[in-house]
Design a protein around this ligand. Structure first.
Ligand code: FAQ
Length: 342
């Protein structure tokens, strides 16, 4: 079917009406190619972030200070793997198979969150990651539960519930340390000092330098701009830092009575750009580890594929056998549907 230039195709009209109505787009609905592409990009990069994001914390599983801490951290890292899987599944419903998405990550064509290119140096970093990184993730992701694309929004509901637990466990680690010995308090403060700026950068570049935001907001994928969410996060963590007895490393952080928000200092956007281009402190190490893990997992994928193939062959054989039996059975034993030719 062709359409004149000024006529809106009926499928586009239907899509626009769903968006205007704040309804959901589902995988079988028609959608503009640019919408599909933007979602595939955002959801898959989010999935890659969850998978790469397992590394800084996984490094601390063997060094956790107690059995209880070890099992909590292990559960958290497993949750991140689960988030990656829901998100890859959600991205696949848009038509790009997972091996292709994975290849985009392994060949460096797809991004993952800047935050995971920073090292986790001490046990207190597990606290700072939980409190600040998961805290920023929640701030950013709660609005995504209402994303216009159904499978993404639904995946985010479950992810956000788990992220809330993650943030609480980070807070609790920092609380214990900040109320412990002088050395423990110093370790907690040092972790917060290192993670504060990078956590604020997780929300993406300032609005004026965010090429995707406007269109993503018009499509009800993003509900708030990068700066709006960053501000919400700063307003949330200032009183939390006070409750922890820790400070945030920003001399320009001050309550603005007029705006009813905290003002905060300029972030290092040159560093951010350098990190997202693959030049972060741990970028090379993170990608190397991911490629190794992928190679080491080849036998699992092969075994799973062989098993699925065998199951499918067995199912086909059983179906053939059943057809043969029903065809040769006396009519009194054949299923009713077959007798009436349905
Ligand atoms: N890092 O135009 P915008 C987590 C890229 S999960 C790297 O503003 P957009 C859980 C952006 O992709 C954390 N790249 O882009 C956890 C774009 O490049 P492209 C991940 C970034 O998409 C906790 C370019 O810059 N969360 O933490 C970043 O409208 C603990 C221009 O930017 C999500 O992915 C960045 N920080 O907004 C796991 C949430 N920011 O693709 C383990 C879903 C921007 O055109 C342990 N995603 N870029 O080449 C989003 O909400 C959005 O995609 C934004 C970026 C807000 C991240």
């Amino acid at each position: 079917m062709t359409h004149t230039d000024d006529a809106v195709a009926p499928e586009q009209e239907h899509f626009d009406a769903l968006i205007a109505d704040d309804s959901r787009i589902e995988p079988r609905d028609w959608m503009p190619e640019a919408y599909r592409k933007t979602l595939t990009r955002q959801i898959s990069q989010h999935a890659h972030s969850e998978i790469i994001g397992m590394q800084p914390e996984a490094n601390w599983i063997t060094r956790a200070p107690s059995l209880k801490r070890k099992s909590i951290l292990m559960a958290k890292v497993q949750d991140e793997a689960g988030h990656g899987l829901y998100l890859y599944s959600s991205a696949e419903t848009l038509g790009t198979p997972r091996p292709v998405l994975n290849d985009q990550l392994l060949t460096g064509r797809a991004k993952y969150s800047s935050i995971f290119n920073y090292p986790a140096r001490t046990w207190a970093d597990m606290g700072a990651i939980g409190w600040l990184v998961d805290g920023a993730a929640i701030c950013n992701q709660v609005p995504l539960c209402r994303a216009s694309y159904g499978p993404y929004g639904r995946a985010m509901v479950r992810i956000c519930k788990e992220e809330s637990f993650h943030q609480r466990q980070g807070w609790e680690i920092l609380y214990e340390l900040s109320h412990g010995t002088d050395a423990q308090k110093k370790m907690a403060q040092d972790a917060v000092d290192r993670f504060y700026g990078p956590a604020l950068q997780m929300f993406g570049p300032p609005d004026a330098d965010s090429p995707n935001s406007q269109q993503s907001m018009a499509w009800n994928i993003k509900r708030f701009s990068n700066d709006e969410l960053r501000q919400r996060f700063v307003d949330m963590i200032v009183p939390q830092a006070e409750a922890l007895g820790l400070t945030l490393p920003d001399p320009d952080l001050v309550w603005n009575e007029e705006r009813q928000h905290y003002d905060y200092g300029e972030l290092d956007w040159d560093e951010f750009m350098s990190v997202i281009k693959g030049r972060g402190p741990c970028s090379v190490q993170r990608m190397k580890r991911r490629r190794e893990a992928h190679e080491n997992g080849a036998w699992v994928r092969e075994a799973a594929a062989a098993y699925a193939e065998r199951q499918a062959a067995r199912a086909a054989e059983a179906a053939n056998h059943e057809d043969h039996e029903t065809e040769t059975a006396p009519s009194s034993q054949r299923p009713a549907a077959q007798l009436i030719g349905a």
